[in-house]
Design a protein around this ligand. Structure first.
Ligand code: GLA
Length: 426
């Protein structure tokens, strides 16, 4: 009798826990509340390469011919993306950022590439990129100037959309500098979205609309999702752990408003992957890769693929982690809990699977162990009644079979992450 009562109480408690998780799920895990931009693109997060973080606005091809923003750089990166396995694992869009333009528009009001640095023009570059089975991205700005001071698109949205389509461009990153009012910002982002659609060419539309709204207003993500395929929310990524942490912190502080809105066709963009550069340790690179997968983030690398170490390459090309990022269910993950300088994040995947990441944020000491009861994962469902757990990062290994009542113990390096995939066993 006594044992039966104890069992009943513990069942009720468990049910209570499950209900609590379900409640959390309701607002973090609902269907995307809004229609996505109806262009059929970005059904999974965009993957590719973007020049900004690594090459910035280097226009000095005289002194630095190998690292200036020029046709040569993009031809070389295209060649490597196609031949070194990048395209094969999904990195498809080769994207030009700011500083590709000549300082003036042409006599017909069209943007033109700097003739010295892009002697063949963008159309020829696009042809080459397409011949490699890749797609080409370009950059422009909703305001009067780009952030680096090149011609802005304000007053020229239709001409610019048509120019990009004529050139064979496949993605537009549309920045928000030098826009004189919130109304012009919103109208401009919408206008360009419609103008791109009217060209009839499939062009992924990458926005920074919410980033430029936040200081003044809370963005209306339902509306943004109707016009953009992805949108930057927060400051530019730098090649440092501090930058990665600040992006993660911003994301967790705002997860209630940004997670539910992400889904096929429209994604939150926490900015480029800086893996393979100078500022992140091995563990920090693992954290960026794992968390960008959990966040269903566009995977746009900004690094020098001509000189990248094998470890960084293997991490960026890790098919299991990419599969989490690209999971067809298309739901963004969220932080489940934070305690004792550990964060646990989780993301629902197709076929009732879950991805779970444990991040050790402590920057002193060595690896620390963290134990979690599997009942608390996946809203009480991931291991109910049991599951198979595979560790994907830092190295792949099968952890085996877990029952609903089991605990999972992990060891996580400082600023590192253990990424797991949980699958139904029965
Ligand atoms: C802004 C954007 C960056 C980059 C630069 C280019 O800062 O947020 O991603 O495009 O402009 O000038």
């Amino acid at each position: 009798m006594m044992t039966a009562t104890v069992k009943l109480v513990s069942r009720v408690r468990r049910l209570g826990c499950v209900l609590a998780f379900c409640f959390l799920a309701l607002f973090l895990w609902g269907l995307p509340g809004a229609r996505a931009l109806d262009n059929g693109l970005a059904m999974t997060p965009t993957m590719g390469w973007l020049h900004w973080e690594r090459f910035m606005c280097n226009v000095n091809c005289q002194e630095e011919p190998d690292s200036c923003v020029s046709e040569k750089l993009f031809l070389q990166i295209a060649e490597i993306m196609a031949s070194d396995g990048w395209k094969d694992v999904g990195y498809e869009y080769l994207c030009i950022d700011d500083c590709w333009m000549a300082p003036e528009r042409d006599s017909e009001g069209r943007l033109q590439a700097d003739p010295k640095r892009f002697p063949g023009g963008i159309r020829r570059l696009a042809n080459y990129v397409h011949s490699k089975g890749l797609k080409l991205g370009i950059y422009a700005d909703v305001g009067n100037k780009t952030c680096a001071g090149f011609p802005g698109s304000f007053g020229y949205y239709d001409i610019d959309a048509k120019t990009f389509a004529d050139w064979g461009v496949d993605l537009l990153k549309f920045d928000g500098c030098y826009c004189d009012s919130i109304k012009h910002l919103a109208d401009g982002y919408k206008h360009m979205s419609l103008a791109l659609n009217r060209t009839g060419r499939s062009i992924v539309y990458s926005c920074e609309w919410p980033l430029y709204m936040w200081p003044i207003f809370k963005p209306n993500y339902t509306e943004i999702r109707e016009y953009c395929n992805h949108w930057r929310n927060f400051a530019d990524v730098y090649d440092s752990w501090q930058s990665i942490r600040s992006i993660l912190d911003w994301t967790t502080s705002n997860q209630e408003s940004i997670v539910p809105v992400a889904g096929p066709g429209g994604w939150n963009d926490p900015d480029m992957l800086v893996i393979g550069n100078f500022g992140l340790s091995r563990d920090q690179q693992i954290t960026q890769m794992a968390l960008w997968a959990i966040m269903a983030a566009p995977l746009l690398m900004s690094n020098d693929l001509r000189h990248i170490c094998l470890e960084a390459k293997a991490l960026l090309q890790d098919k299991d982690v990419i599969a989490i990022n690209q999971d067809p269910l298309g739901k963004q993950g969220y932080r489940l809990r934070k305690e004792d300088n550990f964060e646990v994040w989780e993301r629902p995947l197709s076929n009732l699977a879950w991805a779970v990441a444990m991040v050790n944020l402590q920057e002193i000491g060595g690896p620390r162990s963290y134990t979690i009861s599997v009942t608390s994962l996946g809203q009480g469902l991931a291991c109910n009644p049991d599951c198979l757990i595979t560790q994907l990062l830092p190295v792949k290994r099968k952890l085996g079979f877990y029952e609903w009542t089991s605990s999972l113990k992990t060891q996580v390096n400082p600023t590192g992450t253990v990424l797991l995939r949980l699958e139904r066993a029965s």
